[in-house]
Design a binder for this molecule. Structure first.
Ligand code: 13P
Length: 256
């Protein structure tokens, strides 16, 4: 890994504003004292955004959402647009998480519209791509990852790539306790970099980050970050407990 590692916590549908306040205070205290040499980001439920954004205002910690809609405003009951997120001061949004694809029927085409809307509204995006177990067994994981990446980036300008991170998250690894083989993670991250170079031009992918997600914890972090093509991690359950998340940050910081 050559860049400063990016460590993102994805809280999913967990924590109240009060709990997020408490958690973030601990991260802010740690950051102010230790000045870790990694980028820290937390992706929180919509109802925690204001609390977290206000609290982290004068710190380098980035706060993001876990989804947004692609239209700017209008009759879309229950949705939150990228422009709304931008207006309240969110730094980024996760798009195309496999839980959104699976439980809320989001297609790659819908994710592409969301990516374009988020970038247009000044947000950074973390695009998730990943194969299911059955796709892995059929030996089509590479094709799935490359297809999801190409569709998500369709129409995205090369100058916006610095606002993009792509998280490789095999579906079967999420919440399972098992990570993909380290060599395979490195190979997939490399393939994502190469396909972005192919879409744009050689070297274009150098400005974006490729992350791994799926059962990342303090025990397997060192192996994951030791590989040249993995620029950081997207963490679910291990990001919910502040002590655990801080240990991960401390480790990633020393690792650079
Ligand atoms: P876990 O770390 O709980 O496996 O979740 C990964 C994930 O889905 C992050 O977006």
């Amino acid at each position: 890994m050559l860049k400063k590692p990016l460590i993102i916590g994805n809280w999913k549908m967990n924590k109240t504003p009060e709990e997020s306040d408490d958690f973030l205070q601990k991260v802010l205290d740690y950051e102010a004292e230790a000045k870790p040499n990694c980028e820290i980001a937390v992706s929180v439920p919509f109802i925690c955004l204001s609390t977290c954004i206000d609290k982290s205002k004068s710190s380098p910690i980035k706060i993001g959402a876990q989804n947004c809609y692609f239209e700017e405003n209008g009759a879309f009951t229950g949705e939150i647009s990228a422009s709304m997120l931008s207006r309240i001061g969110a730094d980024f949004v996760i798009l195309g998480h496999s839980e959104r694809r699976r439980y809320f029927s989001e297609t790659s085409e819908i994710i592409n519209l969301k990516v374009r809307s988020a970038i247009k509204n000044g947000l950074d995006v973390v695009i998730c791509v990943g194969e299911s177990l059955s796709e892995k067994e059929k030996l089509i994981a590479d094709e799935i990852i490359l297809m999801q990446t190409k569709i998500a980036l369709f129409g995205v300008d090369i100058n916006s790539l610095s606002k993009v991170s792509i998280a490789y998250e095999p579906l079967w690894a999420i919440g399972s306790g098992d990570i993909e083989k380290i060599e395979k993670i490195n190979e997939m991250c490399e393939k994502i970099h190469r396909v972005v170079d192919q879409i744009y031009n050689k070297g274009a992918s150098a400005t974006m980050k490729v992350l791994y997600g799926g059962s990342v914890n303090i025990k397997n972090l060192s192996k994951i970050l030791s590989k040249a093509n993995t620029d950081g991690v997207l963490i679910g359950s291990a990001s919910l407990v502040s002590d655990e998340f801080l240990k991960i940050i401390e480790f990633a910081s020393k690792h650079t």
